[in-house]
Design a binder for this molecule. Structure first.
Ligand code: GTP
Ligand code: MG
Length: 371
């Protein structure tokens, strides 16, 4: 297998993994201009509102999706709740929720964000009615948007004592706010993430981790946990040692592993990026993934191996090699994701060098694998 096939294989398998996931479905409601779209773009990857596909599903709702991100967002567009259309709006939204429920568990809404602008200082009766109607369908978090301090704390207290059928009230500033030359930093997104995570079905949790970009550590931790379990199973008792000359036998499982890590992590993976990573550990010119590189380097780098007996790769060795691959790969993804959030696009050479350096560190056991 040459590098080109390898890259296509990794990308193809990653897509397959993502398709297998149960998407996370979130409904956003709240009056026009409160900051729903801004919130979504801050919570989720790839500027979802601008770059995703939006298609109207009812008069008041639009469904936003994007290929390769396991999330469906239902966004109320320009919602006005005047007294004469209030019933129509509520019916329109609840009809959709009923329809989604009837379509089976992959379609049901997991969570509702009801957004209220903190600077409006109030919640209207029509909104209370809408919230109560929605609460029959999914857990609701009231998000106080554009929160700048005291304004939202007062409103939060007020809403909390109303005894609505909601899970919680969270104060959020989705984007830094500039006021008289002073910048107020974003806030509340992590809290919203944690509260959301606790409320959604187990099956949709991985999708949520994939789609969000508020907490990169959560991505890293989840991917590490999965990889450790996977490697332990793959190379544990029952692993038949393979000849050293045939280290490439490990490649298919390593590709599968990388693809699954991609799906947990959620990161835009184009050919160039994968190529940089593959180049870092496979070398160029037809070397197998961790195969040939490892064959020549492993003896030096893996303390657990010591001397190779009988020319065989044991379960312990295979596991150490693959663990180094997984842990360094996840670390590099974390690094790329953090940079991306800051609006920095890493160049491919930089990714390649970082991957190589990190991989060697793990191989040499310099890095604690239990991080
Ligand atoms: N600085 C800052 N501006 C915000 C924030 N939230 C909303 N805004 C601004 O408020 C305006 C309206 O925000 P949107 O996110 O478009 O509101 P929306 O609820 O999606 O509006 P509709 O789609 O019309 O219902 C935009 O100009 C945003 O930039 C925030 O957290 N920080
Ligand atoms: Mg909007």
């Amino acid at each position: 297998m040459d590098n080109y096939d390898l890259i296509n294989e990794i990308l193809g398998k990653t897509d397959e993994e993502i398709e297998k996931m149960t998407p996370i479905n979130i409904l956003l409601a709240g009056k026009t201009g409160v900051g729903k779209s801004t919130l979504i773009n801050s919570m989720f990857r790839e500027n979802l509102v601008e770059t995703g596909v939006g298609k109207p599903v009812t008069k008041h709702l639009e469904k936003i999706t994007k290929e390769k991100i396991p999330i469906n967002l239902y966004d109320t567009k320009g919602l006005e709740l005047s007294s004469n259309n209030q019933k129509e709006v509520i019916d329109d939204i609840t009809d959709l929720l009923k329809k989604l429920l009837s379509e089976g568990s992959d379609h049901k809404i997991h969570l509702i964000y009801y957004c209220i602008n903190s600077n409006g200082y109030r919640i209207e009766d029509s909104e209370i009615e809408l919230i109560n109607s929605l609460s029959e369908f999914a857990p609701i978090i009231v998000v106080l948007t554009q929160s700048l301090g005291d304004n939202s704390s007062e409103l939060k207290k007020y809403i909390e004592q109303l005894d609505l059928k909601i899970e919680s009230v969270v104060e959020v500033l989705s984007k830094p706010y500039r006021i008289n030359g002073t910048i107020i930093e974003e806030k509340g997104l992590k809290e919203l993430l944690t509260k959301s995570f606790d409320l959604i079905d187990e099956r949709a949790k991985e999708s949520f981790i994939n789609a969000q970009h508020v907490d990169i550590e959560l991505k890293t931790k989840t991917a590490r946990r999965w990889a450790k379990r996977y490697i332990k199973t793959a190379f544990g008792i029952g692993f038949v040692p393979i000849p050293f000359s045939d280290a490439s036998l490990l490649v298919p499982m390593q590709i599968g592993m990388i693809a699954h890590i991609n799906s947990i992590f959620g990161i835009s993976m184009d050919k160039q990026r994968v190529a940089s990573i593959v180049a870092a550990i496979g070398g160029t010119g037809g070397a197998t993934f961790a195969g040939r590189f490892i064959v020549t380097n492993i003896i030096k780098f893996i303390p657990a191996v010591g001397t190779i007996t009988g020319g065989l790769i044991s379960g312990v060795t295979a596991s150490a090699m693959t663990m180094a691959l997984a842990m360094s790969y996840i670390e590099v993804l974390g690094y790329i994701a953090k940079r991306e959030k800051m609006g920095i696009n890493m160049d491919f050479k930089e990714i390649e060098e970082l991957m190589q350096k990190t991989y060697l560190e793990y191989l040499k056991n310099r890095k604690d694998k239990n991080e």
